[in-house]
Design a protein around this ligand. Structure first.
Ligand SMILES: Nc1ncnc2c1ncn2[C@@H]1O[C@H](COP(=O)(O)OP(=O)(O)O)[C@@H](O)[C@H]1O
Ligand SMILES: [Mg+2]
Length: 372
């Protein structure tokens, strides 16, 4: 069996070969110079040079991008109260908190804690597979307009992990999917949600996945709430989730107009060194797409952010339906690296500069990140 460390080494090697063969890369001399100057500036090996595609010709503003460890650990813990994080990181609490504040969200049909399912305000014990199937059939019978549902783990799950989709017909004819689902569901707690049907303009990008906008918001010291940036995510194949780590790609959005930017990025490990200009399955050209209800979507995340002042920097997932935006999820520990990539370097973003100014004022940050 190949050990994970060996597998990682092999994939690093494969990636290196791909970069060397890439006709759109800078010269090896320029790449070496870039790595050297970033290494001196940030006082560490600049791994983000690769994941932000800075080896590509034309990427000259290399210092506008930040190292991963700073974006992962240098900001969010300083701005977000630990005590409030469970409101977002527990998908049931998230639903309960925001739906009572009249924020548009997918309808929740049922949830469970191991063998007990709370449905229609009543607990039901489910002790075997057959009873589980019976319960799901009953749910579909009571919801004649529902074609499918999304079932997701309630607590601390992210990246599209443990998100299942089952259709009405699969309940009776896909035993292997149902068996897998049941064996997962009975181990912990899951939320059973209606499947959101997205706006046709977003289906044009990829009709198989629910393509959500990842906005991030910041509440400054004076309590002013701003959207920092936004990008759209979609599967690059036929997956129903859009998460980047499961084969999604991301395209930045012009915050003023709602129009997609030119370039789409998947991950180096998933899609290699190519930058996308159109979707590989639907061939939709990114730059030609304007997101409908974009102003309403921004309003929605501004409102959601203002309702949770204990978390000052948050990444939100927003779907767009035919009748407007729907809040899917909030993340108190979102990947700022994604926004850094789709914004073309976060250093020039005016709202992110406010974040930096605040972080820079803290002695612990100046000590850890002397380049700030
Ligand atoms: N109710 C829903 N209907 C359709 N697709 C959904 C629904 N909820 C989530 N998804 C899809 O699954 C993805 C992951 O769901 P999410 O709730 O954000 O969990 P995670 O924490 O794993 O990111 C979403 O970005 C979207 O593509
Ligand atoms: Mg999500």
């Amino acid at each position: 069996m190949v050990k994970p460390a060996e597998r990682e080494k092999a994939s690093m090697l494969r990636l290196l070969m791909e970069i060397i063969k890439d006709p759109d890369r800078k010269s090896l001399l320029t790449i070496t110079k870039d790595l050297f100057s970033l290494g001196i500036y940030y006082r560490q090996f600049p791994r983000h040079y690769f994941s932000r595609y800075l080896f590509k010709k034309g990427k000259s503003n290399i210092k506008d991008y930040f190292p991963d460890d700073f974006l992962y650990y240098g900001i969010k813990p300083l701005l977000n109260d630990k005590e409030w994080r469970d409101v977002l990181e527990n998908k049931l609490f998230f639903h309960l908190y925001y739906s009572q504040l009249n924020v548009p969200m997918p309808r929740v049909l049922m949830h469970n804690s191991k063998t007990v399912y709370i449905c229609d305000g009543k607990p039901t014990e489910v002790s075997n597979y057959e009873e589980f199937v019976l319960l799901l059939n009953g749910l579909f019978e009571r919801e004649p307009t529902l074609d499918s549902m999304i079932i997701k783990k309630i607590y601390w799950s992210f990246g599209g992990d443990k998100v299942y989709k089952i259709s009405r017909s699969q309940v009776s004819n896909n035993r292997s999917l149902l068996t897998e689902l049941y064996s997962e569901v009975k181990k912990s707690g899951f939320l059973f949600q209606e499947t959101v049907i997205q706006h046709a303009a977003l289906s044009k990008l990829n009709p198989f996945s629910l393509n959500t906008i990842r906005f991030d918001t910041f509440i400054d010291k004076d309590g002013r709430v701003d959207v920092i940036s936004g990008y759209i995510r979609m599967s690059i194949n036929k997956n129903y989730v859009d998460n980047i780590c499961l084969g999604g790609c991301q395209v930045g959005i012009d915050l003023r107009t709602g129009r997609l930017k030119k370039e789409g990025y998947s991950t180096l490990s998933y899609y290699g060194v190519r930058i996308l200009k159109s979707h590989p399955v639907t061939e939709t050209i990114f730059e030609e797409v304007v997101i409908p209800y974009f102003d309403e979507a921004k309003e929605l995340v501004l409102e959601a952010a203002s309702l949770i002042p204990g978390l000052r920097i948050v990444g939100w997932d927003v779907a767009i339906s035919e009748s407007g935006p729907i809040l899917i999820e909030g993340n108190s520990d979102y990947s700022i690296t994604g926004n850094d990539l789709s914004e073309g370097g976060y250093r020039t973003n005016p709202v992110f500069r406010k974040v930096l100014d605040e972080v820079k004022d803290l002695r612990s940050s100046r000590y850890k990140y002397p380049w700030l």
